[in-house]
Design a protein around this ligand. Structure first.
Ligand SMILES: Cc1cc2nc3c(=O)[nH]c(=O)nc-3n(C[C@H](O)[C@H](O)[C@H](O)COP(=O)(O)O)c2cc1C
Length: 287
């Protein structure tokens, strides 16, 4: 799996053909889940595959405006509700999404509006709660190139169009709130930091609730810092999942290319860091 390329190529699909996903492919995804990296390895997470026979049980408690995306298969992540479990679910779930992309399967994250109701309907117990949901299968041909209603731009930010995809993404310059590498004055300097640059691009291609991308990055003192922005449009759950997704894209791209990193550290690094208004440091990465 080439994470960098997969992060760029991935796009959400909302209209699926009725074609089933073969049981061998579902088994391959379940196998992959066992080995994929966790953001917080101590959190117990389980994967449940949902098929069209049981998917109607999700009606009315998942999806934008409670509209379930109809798909031949779904992945439901169940997690122990420990600290940062939603970021962890986003991290694991996006690895699964990129695996699906690699397997030439199309997918879309689906918001869980009422996790308690969903847990009750599926009789989920054992101390776990529904954390993340992904619809997948085969896209209807020709879908994905027309305009979509769900794209809401943050103000004063340039978004980059992606070929073959509808949702535009944050420009690197807008995604970086501040940096001490001299990138803003001399973008060519990023040639020296090719892997970091690719990690940043992968992070900027991350899917997010309503494509809001409510986060920015700060590079300071050898640290790559993820900052969450306040966002009235995103639900808290989805915002936290989205942060996990960004962390996966950055981590996998960077470590796959130069494998010497120790991964994300949750919380803020020591020292004073100037933040965007109402911004909150989520985690940092020693680069
Ligand atoms: C946590 C989360 C929840 C989402 N929920 C929904 C949803 O319920 N319905 C939907 O159509 N898309 C949903 N999306 C997909 C986003 O709308 C999509 O990622 C965004 O528009 C960017 O488009 P892209 O994935 O093609 O880059 C969700 C995405 C995330 C990360």
């Amino acid at each position: 799996m080439d994470y960098y390329q997969l992060a760029i190529d991935r796009k959400s699909t909302r209209e699926f053909r009725e074609k089933d996903v073969a049981p061998e492919l579902i088994a391959e995804i379940k196998d992959y889940f066992k080995q994929c990296k966790r953001l917080i390895p101590s959190i117990d997470v389980e994967l449940k595959a949902v098929d069209p026979d049981t998917s109607p049980m999700m009606n009315g408690c998942v999806g934008y405006k409670d509209l379930l995306i109809e798909a031949p298969a779904y992945l439901l992540l169940l997690s122990e509700p420990a600290d940062n479990y939603l970021e962890n679910a986003g991290f694991i779930g996006e690895d699964l999404v990129l695996k699906l992309t690699d397997m030439e399967l199309d997918s879309c994250w689906v918001t869980i509006n009422e996790p308690d109701k969903l847990a009750e309907r599926f009789k989920i117990g054992g101390g776990k709660v529904p954390a993340g949901l992904i619809a997948f299968g085969y896209a209807k041909p020709g879908i994905g190139s027309s305009g979509r209603l769900d794209i809401i731009n943050m103000s004063n930010v340039n978004l980059k169009k992606r070929s073959g995809a509808v949702a535009p993404k944050l420009y690197i310059n807008d995604a970086l709130y501040s940096e001490d590498l001299g990138i803003a004055d001399n973008p060519a300097i990023l040639d020296t930091y090719t892997d970091l640059y690719k990690g940043l691009i992968a992070a900027c291609c991350a899917p997010s609730f309503l494509n809001r991308q409510p986060y920015r990055f700060i590079i300071k003192g050898g640290k790559f810092i993820l900052v969450a922005l306040p966002d009235n449009e995103s639900e808290d759950r989805d915002e936290l999942i989205g942060l996990g997704i960004v962390m996966l894209n950055f981590d996998r791209t960077l470590t796959q290319r130069s494998g010497i990193y120790k991964g994300w550290v949750m919380g803020a690094p020591e020292g004073e860091i100037e933040l965007p208004e109402n911004g909150r440091i989520v985690a940092y990465y020693n680069i």
